[in-house]
Design a protein around this ligand. Structure first.
Ligand code: NAP
Length: 290
């Protein structure tokens, strides 16, 4: 679909690039000739990914063990990257999410999502954007959101609120920073099964069987489809697209509103089981943060 070396000379930061969708986008950018930078709280996971991708595609993948909720740590990472030259593109992919009945959420549970998704995404975008403006560089920001930014979503309210904030940031900065040649767009994927997200938002249905049943096109999304949209948006093929959201969900958002309304049928036992599964996944991930 894209010519070899389409992204040669590009320096791209993918937040949360050690796993899941971020890893898939990082892989495709590297394959197309970009230098790739990935960050996550689990530096070891990022390092393993970097080794795997460089073995497969060659090129250069740099890793950073950074929690994007920490504005100072974010600024330090961006300063470190800038020491060898500016980024050309930023992919805001890192996020946290889990399903919960909203009345059972604690303030801490709300903050766990909002601090990563809303605050963290702003910190990274701001640290990169202000350097682009200071240095007179053009740049692309692509953020991964969800279709619920259009209609909200039950049972994932902190995520729906925070992704909507990214949506608002994208439209706002596309207009404020367009004069500097800085573009911001978002991709709103439907379900693409990944370990991190699926275990927390689809416990018991990690392969997406429920989505397959409900989706107008009768399937979940693929990594390759996401890779292709992301490359298209930063490719330079149509730089007049800015402030936009591309939904990539087989029209599920239009048909069903989102993914979680059916959870109103869950029993207390279903919710207890989901909580136990989310807790186990959190503990597994935390053990790798060091
Ligand atoms: P994932 O594998 O859990 O990816 C999330 C990544 O974000 C992880 O690498 C995680 O690394 C990183 N991260 C989380 N908190 C962080 C923090 N505070 N600082 C730095 N990095 C952090 O899940 P995914 O499915 O690939 O999701 C990727 C993106 O796609 C998310 O924005 C998600 O909302 C969006 N999305 C996914 C789907 C789907 O079906 N998979 C659908 C719609 C939208 P550490 O844990 O090491 O920090």
């Amino acid at each position: 679909m894209f010519t070899d070396q389409l992204l040669a000379g590009r320096r791209i930061l993918v937040t949360g690039g050690g796993t899941g969708l971020g890893k898939a986008m990082a892989a495709r950018f590297l394959q197309l000739g970009a230098e790739v930078h990935i960050c996550g709280r689990r530096k070891g996971v990022c390092d393993e990914t970097a080794t795997e991708l460089m073995d497969q595609y060659g090129g250069k993948v740099m890793t950073y063990g950074v929690d994007i909720r920490d504005a100072q740590a974010v600024d330090h990472m961006i300063e470190t990257i800038w020491a060898t030259g500016p980024l050309t593109d930023l992919i805001n992919n890192a996020a946290g999410n889990f399903i919960s009945r909203t009345e059972e959420l604690s303030p801490r549970g709300f903050d766990a999502v909002a601090n990563i998704v809303m605050h963290g995404t702003f910190y990274v975008t701001h640290a990169v954007g202000r350097r682009w403006i200071e240095g007179g560089h053009r740049g692309n920001v692509v953020s991964i959101t969800t279709t619920w930014v259009r209609n909200g979503s039950p049972y994932v309210v902190p995520s729906a609120m925070s992704k909507s904030a990214i949506h608002a940031m994208t439209m706002s900065l596309a207009t404020e920073w367009g004069r500097y040649g800085i573009r911001l767009n978002t991709i709103a994927p439907g379900e693409i099964p990944t370990e991190g997200m699926s275990k927390r938002i689809k416990p018991g249905d990690e392969a997406g069987a429920r989505t397959v049943k409900m989706n107008p096109m009768g399937r979940v999304g693929t990594m390759e489809e996401l890779q292709n949209v992301a490359v298209f948006l930063i490719s330079g093929g149509c730089d007049w697209i800015s402030g936009e959201t591309i939904a990539m969900d087989g029209a599920q958002g239009l048909a069903m509103g989102g993914n979680f309304y059916q959870l109103r049928d869950w029993s207390n036992d279903d919710w207890e089981q989901a909580k136990a599964s989310i807790k186990a996944q959190n503990e597994k991930d935390r053990a790798k943060r060091g």
